[in-house]
Ligand binder design. Structure first.
Ligand SMILES: [Zn+2]
Length: 322
């Protein structure tokens, strides 16, 4: 099948109480690792590109890499999504360039401005058969060009969601319930430590998610900043010359719970970055004589395959849902 929108994926995910993984792509090996895992597990998948990815790889490369995956794995639904579109022009350029879904991130603006900008993007997107994700509330953390300090972050206000969705006509909504961008989602002071000394972050605000779901029945909700920052990989990084003390993410059991509720799309980027880095660092330490990029990038790609497989099976619940 050709690239699809997320409409059908989200409908089935909502009814089936699972979520679709939205994985950020920046180069060939990342696209390969993600889509091979999704195909092997018969899972639908969303590949998403941020402004930073488009700058790094050029939109043409990204689009054709994704099209190669679509050609190789015609049996699974694949959507191509713009992550954090900052303005109408960026969204328009992706819609014109073959993306099937875009996010317009108006969360940095006042409510009415966010409504007006989102509505403008929705009108253009829907006229071209493309779906739109918007955001209410503000996540803390750093992701490419998006930077929000912890004190500027704010939870989504459930009392705004019905008005926002009906005025904009948006297809899905990212909400802020305590997830955060990057590999350092919480400071050690915000966390407790478990018996192994690993930081345990505060629980997500499921009360907000419940209230949003009550007000928007059957409407797909999106979680950004939802990597788990798996200690399995940060340990490998730190044991092989890296320095990432106290990196911390969202525990996988909380994401699994969110996926069984109204959350239909879970964004995962940092976990892939950590997997790629762990593979390459370990390879260099174990094989100081190697200089063929296929050897060390290949080990990073294998980690991405493993991480995505685990997410599909144990966190998202999207195995065999293609
Ligand atoms: Zn995000």
């Amino acid at each position: 099948m050709p690239l699809v929108t997320t409409t059908e994926m989200f409908k089935k995910a909502y009814e089936g109480k699972y979520a679709i993984g939205a994985f950020n792509v920046n180069n060939m090996e990342i696209v390969q690792g993600i889509t091979e895992a999704a195909a092997d597990l018969h899972s639908p998948v969303i590949l998403q590109a941020s402004a930073g990815a488009r700058k790094y790889a050029k939109p043409e490369y990204l689009k054709h890499l994704v099209e190669a995956a679509v050609e190789l794995y015609p049996e699974i639904p694949i959507a191509l999504h713009l992550d954090h579109g900052a303005d109408f022009e960026t969204c328009k350029s992706c819609i014109d360039g073959g993306f099937t879904s875009v996010m317009i991130d108006g969360s940095k603006y006042a409510y009415d401005e966010n409504v007006a900008l989102t509505k403008k993007v929705v009108e253009y997107a829907h006229a071209h058969g493309v779906v739109v994700e918007a955001e209410l509330g503000k996540l803390a953390g750093i992701e490419d060009d998006v930077q929000v300090a912890a004190h500027e972050a704010s939870y989504t206000r459930p009392e705004e969601v019905e008005d926002f969705v009906s005025r904009t006509g948006v297809d899905s909504l990212a909400i802020a319930i305590g997830t955060s961008h990057g590999a350092y989602k919480f400071t050690p002071e915000q966390c407790t430590r478990n018996a192994d000394g690993i930081l345990v972050p505060p629980e997500l605000r499921f009360d907000i998610l419940d209230e949003v779901a009550k007000r928007l029945p059957s409407f797909p909700i999106v979680l950004h900043g939802a990597s788990s920052v798996l200690p399995k990989y940060t340990k490998v990084i730190n044991a092989n010359g890296g320095k990432m003390p106290d990196a911390v993410g969202i525990p996988e059991d909380q994401l699994r719970h969110a996926a069984s509720l109204a959350v239909c799309k879970i964004n995962i980027d940092s976990d892939l970055r950590l997997g790629m880095t762990a593979g390459i660092r370990k390879h260099f330490v174990e094989h100081p004589d190697h200089f063929d990029p296929r050897q060390y990038v290949g080990e990073g790609r294998q980690n991405i395959y493993d991480i995505v497989s685990n997410k599909i099976k144990n966190v998202l619940g999207s195995e065999n849902k293609a």
